[in-house]
Design a protein around this ligand. Sequence first.
Ligand SMILES: *Cc1c(COP(=O)(O)O)cnc(C)c1O
Length: 429
Amino acid sequence: MTAAQANGEAVARELDAADPLPTRRSEFHMLPYDGTYSEIAYFAGNSLGLQPRATAAILRQELDDWARLGVEGHGEAARPWVSYHENLRGTAAELMGARPTEIVVMNTLTVNLHLLMISFYRPTAERFKIIIEDDAFPSDSYAVRSQAALHGFDPDDAIVRLAPRAGEHTLHTEDIAATIAAVGGELALVLLGGINYYTGEAIDIPAVTRAGHAAGAIVAIDLAHAAGNLELSLHDWDVDWAAWCNYKYLNGGPGAVGGAFVHERHLANPAIPKLHGWWSTNPATRFQMAPTVDEQPSADAWSMSNPPIMAMAPVLASYRMFAETGLANLRAKSTRLTAYLEAQLQPVMATRPMRIITPADPERRGAQLSVQFDAIDVGDLTARLRANHGVIADARQPDVVRLAPIPMYSTFHDCWRAAQALAAEVPSA
Ligand SMILES: *Cc1c(COP(=O)(O)O)cnc(C)c1O
């Protein structure tokens, strides 16, 4: 290590020691690394968050209650199963900037997109189009295309894809608004990522919502990459509905149960069609087993099944950590970490065929920086970062490596390591 590197490393360590929000790294299962450092520098928490140490105990409790109580656990478990989703509602509402009645934790993300489109994508011959990002996550693209087809429309005609300007990577709010206005009376639904998974761009949710409403459309936000990452105010922003997953920034475990938000405005409107199940009905009378549903004015009207306890317990463990630390504190630290990572990458990028395509404005991004490479196999690069440096980042085809420092457990030192690793693995141009 050169003197300059040693000095850089010492500065990173000092930043970690001095940061006003201490890391909770020791409360996570950091991945072991057998190299210069004993732990992996993990930058893929935007894809799958690491496991909190508290998760096992909560899950163990549910397994024990099941072993001990059988069916009686529905009412007598330490956290009664029949109302288990209630344990998650409050924190989810805080994370979303929503009222508790606007929130339900259920299913998984793509399923929730479909269930909400059943209610809020009701196309007519005149108004049937859906706007998404051109580089939308494939599941979202498949979901909207299949919804259009379900209603008898040609997906190629019904789906409008928002592309960046020539030579650019991210979108301008005025271009999104202009496309919305141009589709105008044909526009049924806007479904955009709060943060784009590929570029890391955060859209201006309130501005997009106003533009969509001005065109008479429903505005929905996929919060997969925004949940637990950005501070959100879905209620005040007047978003119609949203869905998210709990396994990325929210550390709820692989395939964890997801969540849905429906604005209060729509809750007391039983005319909105829904696909019902027994968890859609009034919990006070659910076990009277009536043949017709008694819908309550809450997002629970969209839930169908009894809660999956083993898929929800890890989410509860993680939500407790978010409630303790506070999203505002996490976001502030996230901004510091990401700015530091960016600053560390700058001299590396200066002499190499690579650039950050995520917006430089901290308001237009969350934790993630997407680094684009010319003529470098990004899958091979991330494998070398992992093998030679203990840095886990993910490759997204065709040409991007995503790095997301996670404020709950990533450190300035991790960011320093990532920049060093890229400098070592990417040849200077
Ligand atoms: C991660 C992600 C998904 C994943 O969907 P699942 O139904 O949870 O498998 C969908 N959409 C976006 C935008 C994502 O980032």
